[in-house]
Write a protein that binds this ligand. Structure first.
Ligand code: AP5
Length: 217
């Protein structure tokens, strides 16, 4: 199974992809995570991507499509994948078709998370995560149970993404409207787009997504 999760920054793509990974053994392919790992490791791709990401703009199509192709080659052909944050442009959508076809895969579902943009700024500017295990928290909605200590691993260091400030979030949303939302008709024409209310509680969004790829009955 090959699924794309589509939605603006903060729509919940990463949250839902990681739940699907835990609950269904699928693999989350997040280009944002891959790029952040490259930045952290100081690779040539990371050095090229850092300023672009910090500004909230899009990294080049060739770089991200290259990363996706490499990751798919590392996974076996049988592994179900969730594309999180990819494709984001018409060129990436075209590249993904070729990448999948070359590997004997086909796209099953494109799931768009529908959200209210004003709520997204609040979601994103308040989020932080454990610097050790990556568990996500939020200044208002999900604080660690013991102040300053990660619930999962007990670590006491936390981090925030450098692109999670209001100005950059607005740029990221504008990029989504201008370059990513216009690729939806490509998939609508194939009849594989489903829409989910991304403003519902995280567990309800998860249920709605599962109902798309594993309908009851
Ligand atoms: P990327 O890492 O992909 O960031 P993004 O798309 O901006 O998405 P986010 O990770 O911010 O949001 P999300 O939808 O995953 O939401 P989340 O689940 O975290 O990209 C970062 C940058 O990398 C880009 O700007 C670009 O520069 C570059 N890049 C990446 N891919 C690229 C590509 N393909 N091409 C070119 N450049 C690329 O949730 C957010 C918060 O909301 C969390 O705190 C969460 O707990 C909370 N939350 C989630 N769901 C709910 C809910 N239902 N109710 C309440 N709170 C919720």
């Amino acid at each position: 199974m090959n699924i794309i999760l589509l939605g603006p920054p903060g729509a919940g793509k990463g949250t839902q992809a990681s739940r699907l990974e835990d609950e269904h053994g699928m693999v989350q392919l997040s280009t944002g995570d891959m790029l952040r790992a490259a930045v952290k490791a100081g690779t040539p791709i990371g050095m090229q991507a850092k300023a672009v990401m910090d500004a909230g703009e899009l990294v080049s199509d060739e770089i991200v499509s290259g990363l996706i192709g490499e990751r798919l080659d590392e996974l076996g052909g049988e592994t179900s994948v969730i594309f999180d944050g990819y494709p984001r442009t018409a060129a990436q959508a075209e590249a993904l078709d070729a990448i999948l076809a070359e590997r004997g895969r086909k796209l099953d579902h494109v799931i768009e998370l529908l959200v209210d943009e004003d709520a997204l700024v609040d979601r994103i500017t308040g989020r932080f995560s454990c610097a050790n295990c990556g568990e996500g928290y939020h200044d208002r909605y999900k604080l660690p149970k013991v102040a300053g200590t990660c619930d999962v691993c007990g670590n006491q260091e936390f981090k925030r993404r450098p692109d999670d400030n209001e100005e950059t979030v607005r740029t990221r949303m504008a990029e989504y409207r201008a370059k990513t939302a216009p690729i939806l008709p490509i998939y609508e024409a194939r009849g594989i787009v489903a829409r989910v209310d991304g403003m519902a509680a995280i567990a309800s969004v998860n249920d709605a997504i599962e109902a798309i790829f594993a309908p009851a009955g």
